[in-house]
Design a protein around this ligand. Structure first.
Ligand code: 5AD
Ligand code: SF4
Length: 459
């Protein structure tokens, strides 16, 4: 829990202001950084003005994300001028990508650390404190030591992330991730299970397993269980009521994983399965390793084993060479699947990727127009999928008081949809049977199921 320390007695403490950009992997890395630095005597604060250490954990997946991090760093220049003892650090994918160049671009930055160097952050900070020198460390170190740092869950938290692998060997033509996170590396299954058991002891009920391509779990360790064996083992950990995972690559999604949705009770009926495009020509140029029909077959298989499964996806519009016909094939694929939700992006050229050298770039105006049409279609589909739940009773795991009303609590269905309903803080961490009254675009409105003597339980 962060404190407003400008207004409190500072005592001898040191304060950390950390801001995270990008994916869940970065969120998990930031949680690990907080855990590491807490051991070094730091406490987190929400006020950058009061911090002794400001750290940005950055993202580089699209140009916009990179610009956001740089402009945020610019905000801190004044603070550094006012307080020369303030340490400014930048980590994450942008730091990995730019390395030494960032120190020249941002002359008031002290530390630049890469995606494989998180565990050494306390040492870097001590070095700056001791001799004030600025420096960069972005070397790829294998094994990635931070994989084994367990982020301490916040008091009262119900859910937690657990990184099971990192890096990627797929080299999709548009994607900078393999260049910045390095090659695939899995974490030993025993370590993962020990962490999940510890989290369950802390009261965690939901674990989300993280990796750039979780289906490839285990491949880098001789004799390791594969992803589905890992899922089944985590399914046996007492106290873990729900398991989620992200992200899966369609080409590696096995029938056994589909079967897990029917057989592993704790595994939630939701899959995030990025398709990227509905056109075979574009999928080939993207180096995705599957065709449109193969993707649709995977969806069919998933729905066979788990008819109520919620399916979300990612799409890129305006990849080099995408014609109106290719784009329409994406809209048609959306019509065939009816995704529960879709994250859609305009193609953004990333230095060092294969697609950066492709010809037939799509004009910005065309990309914007395609994105808009696609998002309008998805809104219809999201609402359609949400409305199916109207009138049904759903198991909702309550996360806490709703941001919009103190009379409401907010939680999630097993399919990962947000539900708000009347209730108090005492329901946090419990699973309630909730009758869905109204479906909206971003959430569902419900009420505690009447007629049940105990609509809520804590397992
Ligand atoms: N341009 C646009 N979107 C991208 N993504 C990854 N790289 C790019 C890029 N260069 C999207 C993909 C991926 C999601 C995390 O970000 O859809 O699945
Ligand atoms: Fe990027 Fe493709 Fe790897 Fe996903 S699978 S991280 S899109 S290269």
């Amino acid at each position: 829990m962060s404190h407003n320390i400008c207004k409190e007695n500072r005592l001898d403490r040191k304060y950390l202001y950390i801001q995270t950009f990008g994916c869940q992997m970065n969120v998990n890395d930031s949680d690990k950084i907080v855990t590491l630095l807490t051991e070094e005597g730091y406490e987190t604060t929400d006020e950058a003005e009061c911090a002794d250490l400001i750290l940005l954990n950055t993202c580089s997946i699209r140009e916009k994300a990179a610009q956001k991090a740089f402009s945020q760093m610019g905000r801190f220049r004044m603070l550094k001028e006012r307080n020369p003892n303030l340490i400014l650090a930048m980590g994450g994918c942008l730091a990995q990508q730019w390395g030494q160049k960032i120190l020249s671009r941002v002359p008031y930055l002290d530390i630049v650390f890469g995606t494989h160097n998180i565990h050494r952050l306390p040492e870097f900070i001590r070095r700056v404190e001791k001799n004030g020198s600025r420096f960069v460390e972005t070397a790829f170190e294998l094994p990635v030591k931070s994989l084994n740092i367990m982020a301490a869950p916040e008091n009262g938290a119900v859910s937690a992330y657990v990184t099971i692998m990192q890096g990627c060997n797929n080299f999709c033509a548009y994607c900078v991730v393999p260049h910045l996170r390095g090659r695939e590396e899995s974490r030993p299954a025993d370590d993962i299970i020990a962490e999940v058991e510890k989290l369950a002891d802390h009261g965690i009920r939901v674990v989300t397993l993280l990796g750039q391509n979780v289906n490839a779990y285990g491949k880098t360790i001789a004799g390791s269980p594969g992803f589905t064996q890992l899922l089944r083992a985590i399914g046996r950990v007492k106290g873990i009521e729900r398991i989620r995972f992200t992200t899966s690559h369609p080409k590696d999604l096995s029938e056994d994983l589909m079967r897990c949705f029917a057989e592993v009770d704790a595994l939630c009926g939701h899959i995030h399965l990025p398709v990227q495009s509905g056109s075979d020509a574009i999928l080939r140029r993207m180096n995705r390793g599957y065709t449109r029909d193969q993707y649709l077959e995977k969806i069919e298989g998933l729905r066979h084993y788990c008819p109520e499964i919620s399916v979300t996806s990612d799409v890129i519009v305006g990849f080099p060479g995408e014609t109106e016909e290719d784009y329409r094939a994406t809209l048609a694929l959306m019509e065939s699947v009816t995704f529960d939700n879709l994250f859609s992006f305009k193609y953004s050229e990333r230095e060092g990727t294969a697609a950066a050298g492709f010809d037939r770039q799509v004009p910005e105006k065309v990309k914007s127009e395609r994105l808009q049409r696609l998002q309008a279609l998805q809104e219809e589909h999201t609402l359609k999928r949400n409305r199916i739940l109207e009138g049904s009773a759903q198991d909702v795991l309550v996360e806490g008081i709703s941001k919009n009303s103190e009379h409401d609590v907010t939680g999630r269905t097993r399919s990962n949809k947000i539900v708000n309903f009347r209730g108090g803080q005492d329901l946090a961490g419990k699973t309630c049977s909730v009758l869905i009254k109204k479906a909206c675009l971003h959430s569902l409105r419900g009420e505690l199921a009447r007629g049940e003597e105990h609509p809520c339980s804590s397992k």
